[in-house]
Ligand binder design. Structure first.
Ligand code: ASP
Length: 578
């Protein structure tokens, strides 16, 4: 028997018992002729005490960190109790030990605050996974998946696996492709999501489907994205948008209750896409704090200040309690908005001091009355600092939205322990892609337009105004899920493909199977997919999904441990016809 107990199990109630433990040597502390070792396994840490006799054996055959050890001994009361450790009241007086396996000195310390850099820890991920911090994250991930499955199972959802080797279909991102040996010159694609399969399962009458499933997207990896990631993918038949929002709001609440003990009693607020863009400058507003955007065009233009007069958008925010910002801080903020990522030309400020006096960087152009009017419009109170950006509409809206988040960070308004979910709804059906010079689907090509906008599908000039039955679940400024009510009518689906620039032949070549399925009794249906890794990271109070994935890739999409991607040998290439 390797062990009678785990390293996290023994308490003062066990004092006097003879036990056997197995685990890894975490730390070795020598005090003259005695030694203490912390033994670690998945369940915890137990202190081992080697008396003089045992210590002499240790001296003869020294142990090192991460050796795998089996020990036998007696549970004793500890004189120096450690209240921070569940096993801190006891220690084991070791009477016998066996080295089950030796270990090289690990390349970094296996501690919460390790000395190992990111890349090194990814190369030795199996050692990194031994760290408590990562282990806790994976435990949390498992809890989230268990809570999700329980909820969905209780609501008649059935998990169905869908294939990983599929056909390359335009769904928004770039596909990863896999060459076929048996059909040389042809390629499978890895799914960007099981979108079409879940719709076909609805055609097949499965009514409620879910899958916790890997998805693959070959995108340039912006901050904290992974080329393969996991979704909680769901679809339902005979439902309208309200049914779906209701179901998945309840699922989210269930997960928070089950995993974090947080009771989200209130209904999630809902906001149209248009309102979110206007008030927060983006479609995933962080509503943990207010600081809404104030469009100043009407009150600020025509005062002879060319920067404002020439801009298509002049927009500001009032940062609470920041009127004391120094010249240096303001210069630094100005540089921040001028970074290439935001590309602003400058930053205008209006300070409303606590005594109510107003000062600005544009005093030359705006008299006190005008500045007061601006301050009032921005709902600034004494002590606030109004920050104003001006320029081209889309660019400026994005920049002010980023600036709002930055000020939120600086003011400590984005507490990771506070959770503020909301639904963003009524997204546009299309957006215009300037590079491709065509309309693309905002969500994906299977999303239905609002019934009252269906007739606009015949008029290209109206495309941009068509709203979709699409919704996103947003949490703390992050999109954690998105879905839509689907098109379930063949003629409308064909119209959609044509609006997206597919010829009839291309549509049949790419999506023939879907169009054909739509001829055999398709129920009204809709669904949603939640980003599982991201949800776990948010629940864990982190903004890095990597820390919640057992074997992640680095920012360049590389697996540092496997050293993948890698070249394949000539024989393999030949077999594949490459
Ligand atoms: N398949 C969609 C996505 O991955 C989600 C959905 O529409 O259900 O974004």
């Amino acid at each position: 028997m390797y062990r009678t107990h785990t390293c996290g199990e023994l308490r003062s109630t066990h004092i006097g018992q003879q036990i056997t433990l197995s685990g890894w040597v975490k730390t070795i502390r020598k005090f003259g002729s005695i030694t203490f070792i912390d033994l670690r396994d998945r369940y915890g840490i137990t202190q081992l005490f080697f008396n003089e006799r045992m210590n002499a054996l240790l001296e003869a055959n020294p142990l090192g960190r991460e050796f795998v050890l089996q020990i036998k001994g007696a549970v004793m009361e500890r004189s120096n109790k450690n209240a921070n450790l569940p096993t801190g009241d006891i220690e084991i007086e070791v009477s016998e030990y066996t080295v089950l396996n030796a270990s090289e000195t690990p390349p970094f310390t296996i501690e919460d605050n390790t000395d190992g850099g990111d890349e090194l820890r990814m190369k030795y991920r199996y050692l990194d996974l031994r760290r408590d911090a990562i282990k806790r994250n994976l435990e949390l991930r498992y809890k989230v998946s268990r809570a999700t499955r329980n909820f969905l199972d209780n609501h008649q959802f059935m998990e169905v696996e869908t294939p990983m080797l599929i056909k390359s279909t335009p769904e928004g991102a770039r596909d990863f492709v896999v060459p076929s040996r048996m059909h040389q010159g042809q390629f499978y694609a890895l799914p960007q999501s099981p979108q079409l399969f879940k719709q076909l399962l609805m055609v097949a009458g499965y009514d409620r489907y879910f899958q916790i499933v890997k998805c693959f997207r070959d995108e340039d990896l912006r901050a904290d994205r992974q080329p393969e990631f996991t979704q909680i993918d769901c679809e339902m038949s005979f439902v309208n948008q309200e049914d779906i929002l209701d179901m998945f709001e309840n699922m989210t609440k269930h997960i928070f209750q089950d995993v974090k003990g947080i009771d989200m009693q209130e209904a999630f607020p809902r906001m149209t896409w248009e309102y979110a863009m206007e008030q927060y400058g983006n479609d995933k507003p962080d509503i943990r704090f207010d600081m809404r955007l104030k469009k100043l065009n009407d009150i600020i233009k025509g005062n002879g200040f060319p920067v404002f007069d020439d801009a298509s958008l002049v927009i500001g925010i009032a940062a609470t309690g920041c009127s004391e910002y120094t010249r240096k801080q303001l210069d630094e903020l100005t540089e921040w908005v001028k970074r290439p990522q935001l590309g602003m030309k400058g930053l205008v400020y209006v300070k409303m001091a606590t005594d109510g006096t107003i000062k600005s960087s544009v005093d030359k152009f705006f008299n006190e009355d005008k500045l007061k009017q601006i301050a009032e419009f921005c709902e600034a109170k004494p002590g606030d600092l109004i920050l104003i950006l001006a320029g081209e509409e889309a660019l400026t809206r994005k920049a002010i939205s980023e600036l709002r988040l930055e000020m939120g960070n600086r003011l400590g308004l984005r507490d990771t322990a506070v959770y503020k979910p909301l639904w963003v709804m009524d997204f546009p059906l299309f957006e215009y892609d300037d590079e491709e010079k065509r309309y693309i689907a905002c969500h994906h090509p299977f999303t239905s337009p609002k019934p009252e906008h269906i007739s606009w599908m015949d008029d290209e000039s109206k495309y941009i105004d068509i709203k979709a039955n699409a919704y996103d679940l947003v949490l703390n400024g992050t999109e954690i899920g998105g879905g839509s009510i689907r098109i379930f009518n063949k003629a409308l689906q064909e119209k959609m493909f044509s609006a997206l620039g597919f010829t009839k032949e291309e549509a049949i070549q790419k999506f023939g199977f879907l169009l054909s399925a739509f001829e055999y009794g398709t129920p009204p249906h809709g669904g949603i997919a939640l980003g599982f890794d991201r949800l776990c990271a948010l629940l864990g109070g982190s903004d890095s999904i990597r820390d919640f994935i057992a074997f992640p890739k680095n920012n360049a999409g590389r697996d540092m441990m496997l050293d993948a991607p890698d070249v394949i040998d000539a024989k393999q290439r030949k077999e594949l016809g490459l």
